[in-house]
Design a protein around this ligand. Sequence first.
Ligand code: ADP
Length: 606
Amino acid sequence: MERKVGFFKSVQFKLIIIYVLLILIAMQIIGVYFTRQLEDQLVSNHFEMVDERVNLLVYNLAQELVKTGEERSTLSSDINVLLSEIFGIENAEVQVIDKNGIVLSTSNVTNRHFVGQQSAEVRVKRALIGTDYEDVLRDPKTGHLLRVMAVPIKANDETIGAVYIEASMEEIYEQLQQINNIFASGTFIALAITVVLIILLARTITGPIVDMRRQALRMGHGDFSRQVTVYSTDEIGQLAKSFNELTFKLHDATVTRDREQKKLSSVLTHMTDGVIATDETGQIILMNKRAEELLGVTSSQVMRAFLPDVLGLSDTTTIDDLYEQTDSMILDFSSDVNEFLLEANFTIIQEEDGPINGLIAVLHDVTEQEKIETDRREFVANVSHELRTPLTTMKSYLEALEDGAIRDEELAPRFLSVTQNETERMIRLVNDLLQLSKLDSRDYRLTFNWVDFRQFLNDVIDRFEMVAQDKNIVITRQITEHPTYVDIDRDKLTQVLDNIISNAMKYSPEGGNITVTLLHQGHNVRVSISDEGMGIPRESQSKIFDRFYRVDKARARSVGGTGLGLAIAKEMVHAHGGEIWVESEDGQGTTIYFTLPYSTFRGGEA
Ligand code: ADP
């Protein structure tokens, strides 16, 4: 908001006040000094003038008063002539008094009645004794200043009369008053001119400043488009120039900052990790999209919320703990159904040696990673365990042979055959593992061929007929009448069928039935192998395709199982684009189904 500077707070007003005060003080000092000097001068001039006349008058009067006889008859008129000639000063009254104190003449016409009377003035009496008197008094009637003198007239060292003078000094003070008036009006005019000049002058100073202020306010609102006009090369001009440079640099910095901010926000948005930033108190001030997804919240919900609360750590961890957390931390957001693990890394925001300004938390979904890690550990444990069993068995049999059983004609062949079986089992296990590792590797390729699937299936079952007869097992074939050609890797599917059918044989009782079915189902061909064996408990059904999973470990091992057969079968069926699943009732037999995409079916030709 642009605030107006009041006139009484403006620089203009301050300049005016300063100049007015300066002029007033200067005029005052000059005025006082000048009038005092002038007054002194005028008063001393007046005194001199009066003194001169009085001296002249006293001298002349002395001449007149010593006359005698006939000459004396014209005395009164002679004195009058003297008074008017010598003492024609305005506002002054002169009385001439003879040695007896009788007033002989006065220059003031209105006081003529005093002539011939005895003077009552004490000062006159003292003058007649021969003492001069001189003083400046204030006239009680008019209030004017009067110079009062009583001067004795002497002849031959004898006082023969006196002159009494009252000279008004009012004229001097009137003159002074006039001069003062002129001085005051001069001061006033000077002040008026100065104020006008200052107003104009101040504009040239404050104009650019006001301009810069306006520009600064605009910059505050992000408008850098305008420049301040530089009027002069003086300090203010330099200031305006620097201000323009500053505007330019600030604009540049703002643009760079905006660009950086955009970059940062784009990086944050497209990051695969979640990022959360807090202020120094641990309240969330920023959160990217990924963090919202990972935590299942929206930014607006958790803005200004406490980070440990949002991460579900509030029971055990304070924000200060997080400041010190240098290692990554695993946060478990798993529910009963889904596993969900996040790895959190914390970095404090801190300027060099300054206080902590906030915290950045980077969240990373490690559910899959953790699962792979657990699977791997489990796998290694399983493999070691699977290999250790036959190895320990072989070791104990070999030790027995070494201890002498080798010479026992009955035991030796049996022991050797056990070690041979265990070796075969290990070979099978290692082969299966190799198979799986090949299937896991990315560059694994299947070699597809068009195969008459009915023929293929019959061939596989034929190979089992001999063993089945030994176990008194009947294999029933329910194979579709329709010609069925499928694009498959022959070897791999042979292995799938081998695994499933051999399981059916292994887990079937003596004299059981095994049914192999082939039919067309929608866009697939579906193969199923059913037996009448002990079945698979419901809780185990989802697991039998996992690696090393066996329902009854001891039993499975006794029939030579590795726990990898169905896992391999699953991988291979999936590699063909099909599905595999199990249906089983505990104690009532098992059916393993698998499908192969029918889209590869080529019709009845060939
Ligand atoms: P194995 O080599 O031990 O047979 P598989 O992966 O082939 O390993 O089978 C996994 C487990 O599934 C077996 O150990 C067994 O417990 C169970 N199983 C598989 N097929 C059958 C079946 N036809 N009848 C009963 N149980 C079966």
